[in-house]
Design a protein around this ligand. Structure first.
Ligand SMILES: *Cc1c(COP(=O)(O)O)cnc(C)c1O
Length: 407
């Protein structure tokens, strides 16, 4: 105990401190959230918060939407999990829906983004063994975030992440985002795939350059490399289209989904074209993969997002939010606003984003929840169902928080 405490730079927690029974992995505000409805979260003290984070773009339909509550109630009374080795109807239906909605032919379900990204790397390596004489190396990009398993920390381009839990899995190489020459330099005979977030979320909503994406698609095809799109954050309507790659006019070979497809529950998917459907039995699996409870939620989310006019409304709300944020850039002397659909960011002139986040949450009587993935950057990932009124309220609260922090 003493040794462990000495190793920890944070002071020992008092008995009354919130979260004292949890392994410390992050600092959380001193508040317990008890209720969520749509774009609103209520804490134990009864204070309401307008939520523009939504569990990091997870609650695509907002907090506790009726369609998800009903799907969970209905399915939980029928069948929770027969076994991943048996067919169940929601899994088959959701796979069919995703195939119909996308350019892909096959789906495997998992429970988290990191898990399906690893599955994508495994599938690429399997294909490399069969078709490319054992090519296995995956090229990923500076700034990318692909998850927190060892291999995905290695694939991520966060500074320091490839050594913090050394030794890390081998077989990954790095290129510079939006720099096609750097991709060409990274390619060796061992390369089998390029993995990319077309809009880098955690790195600060960095958009790939459309010309770069087209060149990358052409280069990977020419060099017989799989193009893997990590759409864990961008998929299922977040960027105003079913999938962000549609914005770039390209088709990846593999795509991963998580976050928004589950609408708040653990659901993730790997999709591939038929040519890459090459796992051998036993290569891939997972106890919870494709369970009907989560799949029924995925169906409710996908059906909602596919309703006539839903994505057009997301694009309209995104324009509304973007215009409001641009006005704030102008009025508060900020650097820039950017984004795709309802994944947007504000670039601040100073490293004050964490203070703005804290000030926004502390506003009274209503708090505002926003996110600072970088010290100089605020990120907004509201529910796809947020109303124009709620966007206006959020912009007003944001102005107050900026005023409190930056004057
Ligand atoms: C969140 C995220 C992941 C990791 O997903 P988990 O469900 O947390 O494992 C991977 N890639 C991207 C682009 C993400 O945003």
């Amino acid at each position: 105990m003493t040794t462990l405490q000495a190793m920890n730079s944070a002071p020992a927690l008092a008995d009354t401190d919130l979260g004292r029974d949890l392994i410390t992995v992050t600092t959380r505000p001193d508040t317990v959230f008890v209720d969520g409805q749509g774009s609103w979260l209520t804490d134990e003290g009864g204070k309401r918060h307008l939520d523009l984070v939504q569990g990091w773009a997870v609650n695509s339909l907002g907090h506790s939407p009726v369609v998800i509550a009903e799907a969970l109630a209905r399915q939980s009374r029928r069948l929770l999990n027969p076994s991943p080795a048996l067919h169940n109807r929601p899994m088959l239906d959701l796979a069919a829906r995703l195939v119909g909605l996308s350019c892909f032919d096959r789906v495997w379900f998992g429970s988290s983004g990191a898990e399906v990204n690893e599955a994508a790397v495994k599938l690429a390596r399997r294909w490399g063994q069969r078709m490319r004489h054992g090519a296995h190396e995956v090229i990923s990009f500076d700034g990318a975030f692909h998850g927190r398993t060892l291999a995905m920390m290695r694939a991520s381009g966060k500074p320091g992440w490839d050594s913090v839990f050394a030794p890390m899995p081998a077989g990954f190489a790095r290129a510079r985002f939006n720099d096609i020459a750097s991709v060409e330099r990274a390619i060796t005979p061992a390369s089998v795939a390029v993995m990319i977030e077309l809009v880098q979320g955690e790195a600060g909503v960095n958009l790939a350059d459309p010309g770069f994406v087209r060149e990358l698609r052409a280069l990977t095809t020419e060099r017989q490399l799989l193009l893997i799109a990590d759409e864990v954050q961008t998929g299922i309507g977040r960027c105003g289209r079913a999938f962000a790659h549609e914005l770039f006019g390209i088709e990846p070979d593999l795509m991963t989904l998580a976050k928004g497809i589950g609408g708040g529950v653990p659901l993730a998917a790997l999709l591939c074209k038929e040519a890459f459907n090459c796992f051998a039995p036993g290569d891939q699996g997972g106890t919870f993969g494709g369970n009907p409870l989560m799949a029924s939620v995925g169906l409710a989310v996908v059906d909602t997002v596919c309703q006539d006019g839903f994505l057009a409304q997301v694009r309209q709300r995104a324009d509304h939010l973007a215009r409001g944020l641009q006005a704030i850039v102008h009025d508060h002397g900020l650097v820039a606003e950017r984004g795709a659909g309802l994944l947007r960011a504000l670039v601040l002139p100073t490293d004050t984003a964490p203070q703005v986040v804290a000030a926004a949450q502390a506003l009274s009587p209503v708090g505002l929840l926003i996110n600072a993935p970088r010290p100089h950057l605020l990120r907004f990932m509201p529910a796809l169902t947020i109303s124009d009124d709620e966007i206006d309220q959020g912009l007003k609260l944001l102005r107050q928080a900026l005023h409190a922090t930056m004057g």
